[in-house]
Every structure is written in C-alpha cells, then in structure tokens.
Design a protein around this ligand. Sequence first.
Ligand SMILES: N[C@@H](CCC(=O)N[C@@H](CS)C(=O)NCC(=O)O)C(=O)O
Length: 266
Amino acid sequence: MATILYSNYSSYYSMIARLCLAEKQVTYDLHDVDIHIKMEQFAPEYVAMQPNMTVPVLDCDGNIIADSRLILHFVNQHFGGVDLFPAADAEAIEKSLELHYAFSIEDLTMGNALRKSPIARIALGRGLARASRRCLLMMKSHPELTEAYTKKLALEEERKRLILSEDNNYTQMQQRAIGLCDMLEEQLAQHQYAASAQYSLADVVWTIFLARLVMIKFDHLIAERKNLSDYWQRMSTRKSYAAANICTKIPVSKLIRIIFALLFKS
Ligand SMILES: N[C@@H](CCC(=O)N[C@@H](CS)C(=O)NCC(=O)O)C(=O)O
C-alpha cells in the first residue's frame, strides 16, 4: 500500500495520526505541511484534498481520509498488528473517543499561549487576522473554491470570538481539562488503560492529550493524580511514542520564526 500522511510536527491531531500509525507499525511517507508560516493548508491543491484546510490527511492508495478520528479507525481496520478497537471493548473505547473529541484542545492551547505574554497575544491576534486575509485573497484567485474559503473564514471569525474576545471560553476550557483528568484517573483505577484492560485507540488520543498538557505547562494536572501519572510514564515510554516524534516542546528557534511570521508576514 502507498501511504502518505500530511502532517505538521507540533499539530495535536497530526500527532494522533502519527501515534496510531506507529502503534500499528505502518510504513508511510511523511509530508510536512507548514500550517503556521507558509500556511500551506490554504493552497488550492491542498483544499481540493481537505476542504476544511486542516492536518492530518492520510492518503492510502488514493483513498483520502481527512480527519484524525477517521484515520484512527481506518488505520486500525486496514493494517495488520494488534487490534486497537476490539469488539468486546468497542463501546467503552468509542465513549472515551467521544469525550476526547468533544473537547477543544485548540481553545485551551491558544487561550493559554495568549495569557503567557503580551507578544503572544498580539501575535495570535495578527495570526487569526492573517488567516482571514488569506481566505479572502484565495477566494479572488480561485473562485471555484469560494465555498471552502467562505466556510474557513467563518471559522476564523468564530476562533477570534472564542479565544480573543471578552467572552472567551478559557476558564471553561481549563475546568473541562481538569474534569477530563479526573475522568481518566477514575478509569485508570479500574483498568490499566484509558478505556479497557488493553491498549486501544483511546490510549492513542489520551497520550496526545497528556503530551499537550505537558507542552502548555499544565503537567501538575498529571503529577497530582497517582494513576494518571503512572499512566503517562507508561505511555510516554512506549516505542511508538518515540517513533511518532511526539512534540511536548516547540524548539525556541521555531517558535521565534512562527511568532515573527504571525506578526509581520502578510
Ligand atoms: N477534526 C480535525 C481537526 C484537525 C485540526 O484542527 N488540525 C489543526 C492542527 S492540530 C489544523 O490543521 N489547523 C490549521 C488551520 O485550522 O488552519 C481532525 O481531527 O483531524
């Protein structure tokens, strides 16, 4: 099978796809999509493949799967190795995935970043405005993709409201992240893994959730929970974790380049 993953190193949902592929020991080509500086997700060829203009996208022999949750199931079904969605635990795993995907990690991450420094706040504001401008520009040069760019533009406006406006949802997102850690702690008191006694798709997503908590310096939420802390130790030392190149810290040089682009690039 010719398998290509369109991914970005620090992107949360790309990491979910990479970790799942690593767990199933799938060999694939990795195409890095620069979603921050060059904004390659807005390119017409990319939009034709993923009209929501997001990563990850999995291309498996021309079969395009353009959402991390669908990628989890696709990879599990179409590649050999351990079944990460066994029928006996399917209900519990699906319930766990549902809880995970109902949470907006982006709102928590961005909300946190902009509270770290005034520069980050300005950069994020400009970044969101830059994305809106890019949509308008692309609409003019590619009128055949107007529908996709119009939808994306509306999403950018909604992001501004949720993250930057006075009625932003940051406090609510913090509370919900704590609630998810409590839920995991309770689950892990009953079985070794997030949804059952076996490693499953649920563990793929919760590993990335915990990695993100570490990245935004919310690791105390892990450390203060015994089961969760043991679990994180086990998950972050699995072979697949290293193979998937999970990011818990964006290198400073890269961060500076991203902030510079958000502040000054058109
Ligand atoms: N529901 C999608 C969400 C993907 C998503 O939001 N990806 C982010 C990176 S983590 C992205 O591509 N952002 C770029 C953009 O929105 O322009 C999935 O699960 O794959």
